[in-house]
Design a protein around this ligand. Structure first.
Ligand code: GAP
Length: 445
């Protein structure tokens, strides 16, 4: 599926049509690389975050949750190495004022002259590469001077490091244990793009697992396996997933070892999650810059003190959603007609049930409305649709990824049964209407 730009275009337009994802500030012509999640997008996003939180926090006793601020003390970013090291090498054009990533000159072209081939800079006057920091800056308080500069965090991880002792003590944890966070991060990316793949504002789901030095290699392997298992558990096809180990030039400034989990997106294999061995780099630097001891003292042997090593798992919410959407997208022919279907796993699908009265008469709307009220009261996101032929209504829900359709027809009025239509197999079964909620719950589990 590599470089399937047509598929990408179809996905982007489906996302807009069905209310998954809109371009930010669209009525003003949009703003670069920021996207808004619409009614279905926000449900999918919540379900992805919920699935991650459940697997990483609720189902374990060795990981605690945290929600740290986006704005942090500016020294945090000096200690973490982001002020000095979170940079891309850039080349400026003195003629047209455009900027290019020095390591991507071959693939880019002058934005002022779109007809020029990638790698050609005919009238450009390119400077030598210079380092450009990717952190967004703003000012805290009423005075806009250097002393008031703060950064929008480029990763959630630092909030977990500076709270290491707080969470350790409050959670009565012992090493090994982890801190999990879900939250926004910001990077002034030079080459954002590919829809929600690389944006300047995005959300991360990160977990920092603190371990005794010497046990880090073992935990690193453990978390690699756990994380690929998680995404497969959300229904992503195994053949579209692989590991990529970072070579020496790819390793971030904090990492001893790093693996990406890559997905085969329509534009090719790309990272959607990273598993990093960050050693004691971050805790050591925060200890040094803050002057506060961050050592762990083993409660069983108080002479045993050390700075823990950290195994980090870091995944973007948007990238996970893009992988799920790309993997779920199918076009197929059914009885001579084309249908587009999003085969999202019921657990993550935004709407679980659509309710359809077959026709708008003979008591069917009243029955269907009552049924939908019951479904809604049970906390199952649902959609009521009574317009157009039943076939067209099914197609709309297939495209939206709704796994189950409940149809109220003439027989319903006679014997109180409804049909349940399964999105993927098109199987239809008849059940007692009173069992709808219980039945759908069983199917989703
Ligand atoms: N704390 C480590 C860290 O931030 P990273 O590999 O730079 O590591 C982790 O980012 C994950 O965050 C990536 O695998 C990706 O899913 C997501 N991510 C990073 N930059 C992003 C961007 N500009 N847009 C969307 N997601 C991004």
């Amino acid at each position: 599926m590599a470089n399937d730009s047509q598929l990408m275009d179809k996905l982007v337009s489906l996302c807009k049509r069905r209310g998954y994802i809109f371009q930010s500030s669209e009525i003003y012509g949009g703003i670069g690389s920021v996207w808004d999640y619409g009614p279905l997008g926000v449900e999918l996003q919540r379900n992805v975050k919920e699935a991650w939180w459940r697997a990483m926090v609720h189902e374990r006793d060795d990981i605690e949750g945290l929600d740290a601020g986006i704005l942090m003390h500016p020294r945090v970013w000096e200690a973490s190495g982001h002020v000095a090291g979170f940079t891309d090498p850039l080349v400026d054009c003195k003629a047209c004022k455009a900027r290019f990533r020095a390591d991507q000159l071959e693939e880019s072209s002058c934005p002022r002259k779109p007809s020029v081939q990638p790698g050609e800079y005919r009238d450009c006057q390119l400077t030598e590469p210079r380092l450009f920091n990717l952190m967004f800056k703003t000012f805290m308080g009423p005075v806009e001077d250097a002393a008031a500069v703060v950064y929008l965090r480029p990763e959630t991880a630092q909030g977990s490091y500076v709270n290491f002792q707080n969470v350790l003590n409050a959670g009565r944890q012992r090493i090994p244990f982890g801190i999990a966070q879900v939250g926004k991060a910001f990077r002034n990316e030079i080459t954002p793009g590919n829809f929600i793949f690389r944006t300047r504002e995005f959300e991360q789901m990160e977990m920092q697992f603190f371990v005794e030095p010497g046990t880090d290699d073992e935990w690193f392997e453990y978390w690699k396996a756990k994380r690929i298992e998680w995404i497969q558990g959300l229904g992503v096809r195994a053949e579209r997933l692989r590991f990529h180990e970072h070579g020496p030039t790819e390793l971030a400034h904090y990492a001893k070892r790093a693996f990406d989990i890559q997905y085969e997106f329509p534009f090719g294999w790309s990272e959607f999650e990273g598993v990093h061995n960050r050693t004691d780099f971050d805790l050591r630097r925060h200890q040094e810059y803050s002057g506060k001891k961050l050592e762990y003292v083993d409660p069983m042997d108080r002479d045993k003190r050390y700075l823990p090593y950290v195994i980090e798992t870091a995944v973007g919410v948007g990238r996970t959603m893009l992988a799920l959407l790309a993997d779920a997208y199918h076009e197929e022919e059914i009885e001579g007609e084309n249908r587009v279907v999003l085969r999202l796993q019921p657990r993550v699908a935004p709407t679980k049930v659509a309710v359809f009265p077959l026709v708008r008469k003979d008591g069917m709307p009243e029955f269907a409305e009552k049924l939908q009220r019951e479904v809604r009261a049970a906390g199952l996101p649902s959609f009521y649709d009574d317009s157009g032929s039943i076939g067209r209504r099914y197609r709309r829900q297939d495209e939206a990824g709704t796994p189950f359709g409940i149809t109220v027809d003439g027989q319903t009025i006679a014997d109180g049964t409804v049909t349940v239509r399964h999105r993927d197999t098109l199987r239809q079964e008849r059940i007692d209407a009173g069992r709808t909620v219980a039945h759908v719950r069983e199917l989703i589990r």
